[in-house]
Design a protein around this ligand. Structure first.
Ligand SMILES: CC(C)(COP(=O)(O)OP(=O)(O)OC[C@H]1O[C@@H](n2cnc3c(N)ncnc32)[C@H](O)[C@@H]1OP(=O)(O)O)[C@@H](O)C(=O)NCCC(=O)NCCS
Length: 177
């Protein structure tokens, strides 16, 4: 069995002018892509094949990243279910013009689902939790999972109620005499 620390992947890249927004800082979408890519490497390796991104939790950008800065993304598996996995990612920068402590830019949690050759969901191995920190992350990932699934179920239920409520109402599809 694999431990979360064995799944860890660290990637670093220099930010260039092609990644800048209108203010000259690095575009948020570039940071999100780096997060998704790094987490994807963790998920694909752990699943032993392709895994797709099913969800990306709210991501807060704490400080701007500038052209020339070195962006570091560190990701590791927090939780594994039947076919889904949660990967945690931390984004930091080294400033290009000073030797200082690394600056925390953002953190994110992503859900990946392993797929087989036919595109069906595929089981992933169980995770071996060794340390108290790994057990804490696993427990917290389970709480996030419950929230994601209950939010999704609540939205689906509300859509069903909405569809029944508007069926036949004047001015809506399906309505009229
Ligand atoms: C992700 C995807 C395969 C899930 O399909 P699905 O029909 O919902 O599959 P299931 O209902 O069997 O769920 C599979 C697993 O994902 C989990 N899951 C699905 N959506 C989820 C969400 N929004 N949040 C948390 N978990 C989720 C389920 O709980 C289940 O977990 P488990 O097997 O560990 O118990 C499907 O929605 C998909 O293909 N989405 C598009 C993915 C994509 O294109 N990503 C961008 C490019 S990589």
């Amino acid at each position: 069995m694999t431990t979360p620390s064995e799944t860890r992947v660290n990637l670093s890249q220099i930010m260039s002018t092609t990644e800048a927004n209108l203010l000259g800082n690095i575009h948020g979408g570039v940071l999100m892509k780096a997060v998704d890519s790094t987490a994807g490497v963790v998920a694909n390796r752990y699943a032993g094949g392709p895994a797709v991104t099913a969800a990306l939790d709210e991501m807060t950008f704490l400080t701007p990243v500038r052209v020339g800065d070195i962006l570091h993304t560190s990701a590791q598996l927090n939780w594994a279910g039947r076919s889904s996995m949660e990967v945690g990612v931390r984004v930091e920068v080294d400033r290009w013009d000073a030797i200082t402590e690394r600056t925390h830019v953002a953190s994110a949690y992503l859900v990946f689902v392993a797929l087989d050759e036919q595109g069906r969901t595929k089981p992933v191995p169980g995770l071996d939790l060794e340390t108290a920190e790994e057990r804490r992350r696993f427990r917290e990932a389970q709480i996030r999972r419950e929230h994601r699934l209950s939010r999704r179920a609540a939205i689906e239920a509300s859509r069903e109620v909405g569809a029944v409520g508007t069926a036949g109402a004047p001015g809506t599809a399906g309505g009229g005499a």
